[in-house]
Design a protein around this ligand. Structure first.
Ligand SMILES: C[S@@+](CC[C@H](N)C(=O)[O-])C[C@H]1O[C@@H](n2cnc3c(N)ncnc32)[C@H](O)[C@@H]1O
Length: 176
């Protein structure tokens, strides 16, 4: 599915949803883990100090960089979620959209998100609610993610359901 993703989802509403829920300000430094072609990074860029996309796929990052030309506060780094090459507490908002269900090491990725998130910052996980689990998570999957986030040290972990087009999206939020 993933090679078609950048063609079919050039500006997916779920990417705009996370930017809205994160309530960004000009002081924010944002990290998008599993950024794919970078739609959420570009949506955040005009609102924040810096927007960084991380993804292990060179092909996705090639598209992301091409589509982000001319945005001075955007950069991309090729890396998986469980190994984020950033210093502790660097970001004030970290998110991941439709990506966590691809991670081989979810606990490692969540722990890295916690490490690079500054105290008081927010971590948002967006996954499509799919009882068949081929594209996202079912309710048990949501509870598994909230539980891993609490174990990793996130506070005030809660999730909300959002109708986006014809899909239901789960947005799970925790505080650093
Ligand atoms: C369905 S795409 C979503 C892309 C983007 N977040 C969006 O919403 O447009 C899933 C992305 O997760 C990335 N991915 C796969 N394994 C990953 C991992 N271990 N860590 C971080 N990202 C990963 C893929 O390369 C791909 O870009």
């Amino acid at each position: 599915m993933c090679w078609l993703y950048p063609i079919l989802h050039r500006n997916p509403a779920s990417n705009l949803l996370v930017v809205e829920v994160a309530a960004l300000t000009s002081a924010d430094r944002v990290l998008d883990i599993g950024c794919g072609p970078g739609a959420a990074v570009r949506a955040a860029a005009p609102l924040v100090e810096e927007a960084v996309g991380a993804d292990p796929s060179g092909r996705m990052l090639h598209l992301a960089r091409r589509r982000s030309r001319g945005l001075p506060n955007v950069r991309y780094v090729q890396t998986p979620a469980h190994h984020l090459p950033f210093e502790d507490d660097l970001f004030t908002a970290v998110w991941t959209i439709h990506s966590m269900h691809h991670w081989g090491d979810e606990e490692g990725g969540i722990s890295e998100a916690r490490r690079v998130l500054a105290s008081g910052g927010r971590f948002l996980v967006v996954e499509q609610i799919d009882p068949g689990k081929s594209w996202g998570v079912d309710e048990a999957g949501i509870h598994r993610i909230t539980s891993m986030m609490r174990t990793a040290g996130f506070a005030d972990v809660e999730w909300t359901k959002h109708r986006v087009g014809r899909a239901d999206e789960a947005v799970i939020v925790g505080r650093g």
